[in-house]
Design a protein around this ligand. Structure first.
Ligand code: COA
Length: 437
């Protein structure tokens, strides 16, 4: 029998060493993997110098795991690198709810990323399109000649389409017509940014020579709407008060971009930490998701929640361009361990997990918002950070945290000044105690 995620029940209550023993066993990690996770085995500066420029050091982020996540019937322990309290607890708690009462499924629509070749101030747009359309197969063949390894794996450039854009923006540009070629490429397991940029730049001299027009920019688009991932949650027999509350929360986000921005930020609370943990370009995914959310001309939520009879059904749809090869995904030791923890074999699997966890995180936040409010769960877990921020020392943190939770329950909020009072009170009590004995 396979290992079931329920084996990891209550891991948040365990000491670090005991938690790691269970996770090592569950994910088949080596002792070296654990050293990477704990930070004992660090990236050498010499390696970091290859990642970025002018290296001065590191910025460690904690990485935790969300448990109970079951996607398409498969248990996945999800590593998440993030600085914000309560995200991981919320994903775990919500995944537990879904696991016990419903299903979480994912879908993939398309596999093509987009590279743009722009011809600004075009002189004869229709003639240019005609020339390039006639040589479309040639353009595709030249492209694929630049990326033979990808073609061998079944990927490569599959199509080229033409977009007519006009800009009547009052600028001094000599003409107001533009043509943009979209080079559509299947990047297999790579995110594909570097390879599509190279293909577009490689095509530029051919396009210019054949059309006698001047190419402007050659660059990928992060609005990857040819590679959409969807997730669907169904929870059976939901308390109607909770279910309709969540449905109403979605209607608010649909009606108001101010709310939609925060709604989608909640979804990204689930997605970004996985992208960071796996060494992926989270800015690219964020940009794509926000652009997709605004594709109608108005910013919308990327998830939708509705009651369906007694069940609550939620869906997410978003472009998700991620990789498991290329970039630093195979160079960053923590990213390698994170992939191993999820037993990921393809970039699609990783994108499915991101979509599913984004939807789950959104559900967790909406459930809290439409019932007890977000403050209680979030601040309960944030209390130790506040204790540290007001100067509590290691041996005082737990006591301050417990007191702050009592304050939260009584007064419904915690402030820094209230936390300072609590700390002073504890210290005062301790001084009095030691004076008495
Ligand atoms: N650390 C890690 N996981 C935790 C946790 C913690 N401190 N507290 C709860 N969990 C997870 C565990 O998986 C737990 O199951 P387990 O004990 O079998 O392992 C599961 O949640 C349920 O625990 P429970 O104590 O019943 O949680 P709860 O119902 O009191 O919920 C929150 C606590 C924080 C999860 C909930 O209030 C919440 O989801 N709030 C919304 C927070 C949010 O959306 N934050 C986003 C940023 S604002």
């Amino acid at each position: 029998m396979g290992k079931n995620l329920e084996l990891l029940q209550g891991i948040h209550k365990l000491e670090y060493e005991e938690r790691m023993k269970r996770i090592q066993d569950f994910c088949d990690l080596t002792d070296e993997d654990l050293q990477v996770l704990s930070g004992e085995k660090r990236i050498p500066v010499s390696t970091a110098e290859n990642f970025i420029e002018n290296v001065v050091g590191f910025f460690p982020l904690p990485m935790g795991v969300a448990n109970y996540v079951n996607i398409d019937g498969k248990d996945i322990l999800v590593p998440m690198a993030v600085e914000e309290t309560s995200i991981i607890a919320a994903v775990s708690a919500t995944a537990k709810w879904v696991r016990q009462n419903g299903t979480l499924r994912t879908f993939v629509r398309g596999n093509l990323i987009i590279g743009q070749i722009q011809i600004p101030n075009i002189r004869n747009r229709e003639r240019t399109i005609e020339i390039l359309r006639d040589r479309r197969e040639e353009l595709i063949a030249i492209s694929n000649g630049m990326i033979p390894g990808l073609v061998k794996r079944g990927g490569g450039v599959k199509d080229i389409v033409f977009r007519r854009l006009d800009h009547n923006d009052g600028s001094m540009a000599p003409r107001n017509q533009m043509l943009v070629l979209h080079v559509l490429c299947d990047p297999c397991d790579a995110m594909g940014a570097n390879l599509i940029n190279q293909v577009c730049e490689g095509l530029k001299p051919f396009v210019e020579a054949w059309t006698d027009e001047k190419v402007g920019m050659c660059i990928l688009s992060n609005l990857v709407d040819g590679k959409i991932f969807a997730a669907e949650v169904r929870i059976n027999d939901v308390d109607p008060k909770v279910g309709f509350g969540i449905e109403e929360a979605t209607r608010f986000a649909k009606a108001d971009p101010y709310r939609a921005a925060t709604h989608n930020k909640g979804v990204l609370n689930g997605i970004d930490p996985i992208l960071i943990a796996t060494g992926n370009d989270w800015r690219a995914v964020e940009a794509g998701i926000h652009a997709y959310a605004a594709r109608s001309g108005r910013y919308h939520p990327i998830t939708d929640w509705k009651m369906d009879g007694p069940d609550l059904v939620g869906t997410l749809e978003a472009p998700m361009c991620v990789g498991i090869v290329g970039g630093v995904t195979r160079l960053h030791p923590t990213a390698v361990v994170a992939m191993k923890m999820m037993k990921i074999q393809s970039s699609n699997e990783l994108a499915r997990i991101c979509a599913a966890v984004g939807l789950i995180q959104n559900l967790g936040a909406l459930r809290a918002l439409s019932t007890v409010g977000i403050v209680e769960g979030h601040m309960k877990l944030h209390a130790s950070n506040i204790a540290i921020a007001v100067g509590a020392e290691a041996h005082e943190i737990e006591q301050v945290r417990e007191q702050l939770i009592l304050v939260l329950q009584k007064e419904r909020s915690i402030s820094f000044s209230r936390a300072r009072d609590v700390l002073e009170e504890i210290r005062g009590r301790r001084t009095l105690d030691s004076a008495l004995y």
